[in-house]
Ligand binder design. Structure first.
Ligand code: ATP
Length: 448
């Protein structure tokens, strides 16, 4: 039910308008005030959606009162009553931020449609504000799970850089939360009310990436029937998140560098330069210095982007955060699919902590969600983990303890083996054991 406040010192007019709304305006509740003073009291106490206000009142001007109304009720809309034939008043009303104006006594049939339009605008504005608040909360730094020192350091640095206009380069393995951080930085910046536009550079061919990013003019190529806006334009005044920047073709990198330095770019098929004001956050799981050495990445772009580098830790570097992450993922997924609250057995969690997590938080989330679907009981057990994990962990079918020395040895060999990229000689050297012992252990632990 929308609330309408009528402010007019003429009781007859208030009653007439109140009656019209009462008879024809379903869904409106009417409040009345005979002066600005009593209107102020009502606006302080109640949620009002639309205000119908006279221009001339005994204690002041309705025109000037618009500002007070907006201060007290930021979402409300104001419709002013102007005297017959007083066009300047109508014009001033709109200029002062009124939704519209009605000519007293002459526009009675317009009241209801206008009220509906104004209250629809109010409902929409409230809805948008609600969604924004939800988005802000969802992407807030507070929602980044974990308390490992490496993660806390990354959060602290991100909070410092967020309010600045500086470009940010996020480094980290796949699934470590680079997009989560990019979002949090955007929503903690002055650009928070503008668009956050994300694109994964590895998901497009060179040509498609250029047209997605920069847009094109009609006729630029066969099939370009109409002008197309690019994501860069969508992100104007906001933030552009370029994921997997290391995959961008080198000639496009030149275009991106120009955009970063001057805000200027050329749409495909355009001769006129376009200009935007964007902040760029880029991310990569590659080592860009190596890409530069191999001629795949422009050093000038690297220096421009890497003013502020942030490295996100791999999950295995913050295994202490796994219990919290797993628990939150399990509970929120259980709720989503309508399962009762679950507990996670000690062995289940410890098992998760010993795994290598190449896919990091994303992989952990998927594994836990899978367990929530398949677990027969209300406590997640080792048996609810996929075989790849239990197998890799050295968990035997008989369920021998993950705390056995053998399990720890297996996990350690696995780690060193991964570190050397599967190089057996190097693995044996680092482990300070002979190559033949390594072969035997690899065989024994099923690590081939
Ligand atoms: N610290 C965290 N707290 C909560 N959820 C997280 C955290 N880090 C990552 N996630 C979740 O893990 C998943 C992967 O995160 P995200 O997409 O940000 O990773 P990424 O590093 O950008 O991956 P990629 O390099 O593959 O694009 C998402 O579902 C995200 O919500």
């Amino acid at each position: 039910m929308s609330k309408v406040l009528i402010i007019d010192d003429e009781q007859k007019l208030r009653q007439l308008v109140g009656r019209i709304i009462g008879v024809e305006g379903e869904g409106f509740q009417v409040l009345e005030a005979e002066s600005l003073k009593s209107a102020r009291t009502i606006l302080k106490q109640q949620d009002v959606d639309v205000v119908l206000c006279d221009v001339k009142l005994p204690d002041g001007s309705g025109l000037h009162f618009i500002e007070t109304i907006k201060q007290l009720q930021p979402f409300s809309e104001v419709i002013l009553f102007t005297a017959f034939g007083n066009i300047p008043d109508g014009v001033s009303a709109i200029k002062s931020g009124a939704f519209d104006y009605l000519t007293k006594g002459d526009d009675n049939q317009k009241i209801i449609p206008l009220l509906h339009r104004a209250s629809e605008k109010v409902t929409l504005a409230k809805r948008v504000a609600q969604l924004e608040a939800k988005a802000f909360k969802k992407y807030a730094f507070e929602n980044i799970l974990g308390s490992a020192p490496l993660l806390l350091k990354a959060i602290e640095l991100s909070k410092k850089v967020a309010p600045l206009e500086t470009s940010v380069l996020l480094l980290g393995e796949t699934g470590t939360g680079k997009e989560v951080f990019a979002n949090a930085i955007h929503f903690a910046s002055q650009r928070q009310n503008r668009n956050f536009v994300a694109i994964n550079c590895s998901a497009f061919s060179r040509e498609l990436l250029e047209s997605e990013l920069f847009g094109y003019r009609a006729g630029a190529f066969t099939g370009a029937l109409a002008d197309k806006k690019g994501l860069v334009e969508e992100a104007d005044k906001g933030t552009l998140f370029l994921d997997e920047i290391g995959e961008m073709a080198i000639d496009l990198q030149a275009k991106l560098l120009r955009l970063l330095e001057s805000g200027e770019y050329l749409k495909i098929g355009d001769t006129r330069v376009s200009k935007v004001d964007i902040r760029v956050i880029a991310a990569t799981n590659r080592i860009l210095e190596t890409e530069i050495d191999n001629g795949h990445f422009r050093p000038d772009l690297y220096y421009r982007l890497s003013t502020f580098q942030l490295r996100l830790p791999a999950l295995r570097e913050r295994a202490g955060d796994i219990p919290q992450l797993a628990n939150v993922f399990a509970q929120s997924f259980a709720m989503k699919i309508g399962r009762k609250e679950l507990t996670l057995s000690k062995a289940y969690v410890e098992h998760l902590q010993l795994y290598n997590w190449k896919g990091n938080v994303r992989e952990l989330k998927n594994v836990v969600e899978r367990s929530v679907i398949t677990a027969p009981g209300n406590e997640l057990q080792i048996e609810d983990l996929p075989q790849e994990i239990t197998h890799l962990m050295g968990q035997t079918a008989s369920g021998s303890s993950i705390f056995s020395l053998a399990a720890m040895e297996r996990a350690h060999i696995r780690k060193v083996w991964d570190l050397t990229g599967g190089n057996k000689t190097e693995t044996a050297r680092l482990l300070e054991i002979g190559l033949s012992t390594l072969y035997r252990k690899l065989e024994e632990y099923g690590l081939k």
